[in-house]
Design a binder for this molecule. Structure first.
Ligand code: NAD
Ligand code: DAU
Length: 343
């Protein structure tokens, strides 16, 4: 068993750091640990955006490397002298995995293998594999603990199980000090506008319909991205967390219709914008997780109340058209047409 880490002068590799949660995590590290060195390795897929990291790009102690976590040489370069790896890099959108799962298998499973092999060679002090609560599949009643069976039902979630269990296997087999986290649905600034909340906010701002899949009664547990970042830091700083898996929950179960209602009310837009469209195939009815193990190990509790978090998030999109308009007018238009055009 190992002591928790002092991150104040650590060298931390953040893979997928140009995406939604990864970029929020980099900002969190810069604020909380200004003496830490941060390397970002990111392939800059459609979801990666250097604008998310604009405010740190000239910081001493910060380095950006464009590259694929499946590329061994690039991974070796990125991980040189690293103490800690936090792997956010992934293909993350369920609807895209339904359209074509190949990149999901490569990045979310094989990419994690490449990172773990290098982490083993380098001898990093901690490796966090950022997994997801989707690995449990739908939870129709109660809450999944970390011991619940992994019954993923969509290609994204199945690919994430590969990375999740490889991280554990590298601990059990080779002693690589991995931690697996399974967080619920994040929301906050810099989320790519294909995901529910930013899609509905940006559509509403453009007076376009909000496409509710099926009944809209599907439930997710929502956590502000700042709380997700704090939970990962708490796990890195805690003693004896290596080899363990932790759920990270927000404690805010809401249906899609409740989320849509909150967005329309905040923006003072009419309910007539709600449009029910053909359901997502294999659409999980509900996710719910028990995060008692995390609380016991670290004392962590989420701190952003849902109502404040969602209001701040909507206001962020209202004030940051400069961020999302270029995304929505680019390749995204083709994705949107393919996914929603004849739905
Ligand atoms: P995102 O799609 O916004 O960002 C993913 C980032 O990974 C992008 O910057 C992309 O360029 C990069 N990337 C993709 N493939 C890569 C590759 N092969 N090599 C290097 N970089 C690559 O995702 P997100 O929502 O920020 O999610 C981050 C992580 O958190 C993912 O592992 C996801 O499974 C997990 N997660 C997300 C949520 C959520 O609600 N968003 C909840 C739980 C867990
Ligand atoms: O639970 C954690 C997971 O949350 C992460 O691992 C994933 O990376 C992340 O994308 C998210 O997955 P979901 O499938 O839950 O998120 P999404 O935003 O795609 O959908 C949330 C809910 O909203 C879901 O019930 C489907 C519904 N939805 C979504 C979209 C995009 C709609 O009704 N209409 C839509 O247009």
């Amino acid at each position: 068993m190992a002591k928790g880490l002092d991150l104040s002068a650590a060298h931390i590799l953040v893979t997928g750091g140009a995406g939604f949660i990864g970029s929020n995590f980099v900002h969190h590290l810069r604020r909380e640990f200004p003496g830490a060195r941060v390397t970002v390795l990111d392939k800059l897929t459609y979801a990666g955006n250097l604008a998310n990291l604009d405010s740190v790009k000239d910081d001493a102690g910060y380095r950006f490397l464009k590259g694929d976590i499946c590329d061994r040489d690039r991974v070796a370069e990125a991980m040189r002298d690293c103490d800690v790896v936090v792997n956010f890099a992934a293909e993350t959108h369920v609807d895209r995995s339904i359209e074509n799962a190949q990149e999901f298998l490569l990045t979310d499973t094989v990419g994690v293998f490449v990172l773990l092999e290098e982490a083993r060679r380098v001898g990093v002090k901690r490796f966090v594999q950022v997994s997801t609560d989707e690995v449990y599949g739908e939870i129709l009643s109660g809450e999944a603990t970390e011991e619940a069976p992994l019954l993923a039902r969509n290609p994204y979630a199945a690919s994430k199980i590969g990375g999740d269990r490889l991280a554990y296997a590298y601990f059990a087999t080779y002693g690589v000090p991995t931690i697996v986290t399974r967080c619920s649905n994040n929301f906050g600034p810099y989320q790519f506008p294909e995901k529910l909340i930013p899609l509905f906010v940006t559509n509403a701002l453009e007076d376009k319909p909000l496409p509710v899949y099926g009944s809209g009664k599907n439930v997710r547990d929502w956590i502000h991205v700042a709380d997700h970042c704090r939970a990962i830091v708490a796990l890195l700083e805690a003693d004896d967390t290596e080899g363990m898996t932790f759920n990270i929950a927000g404690g805010n179960e809401r249906s899609v219709l409740e989320i849509a209602g909150a967005i329309l009310a905040h923006l003072k837009k009419p309910a007539t914008l709600l449009t029910h469209v053909t359901d997502r195939p294999g659409h999980d009815r509900r996710y719910a997780i028990d995060a008692a193990r995390l609380a016991r190990a670290t004392g962590f509790q989420p701190s952003v109340p849902f109502e404040k978090g969602i209001a701040d998030t909507i206001d962020w999109y209202v004030s940051r058209r400069d961020w999302w308009e270029p995304i929505r007018t680019g390749e995204f238009r083709h994705y949107y047409e393919r996914t929603y055009g004849s739905r």
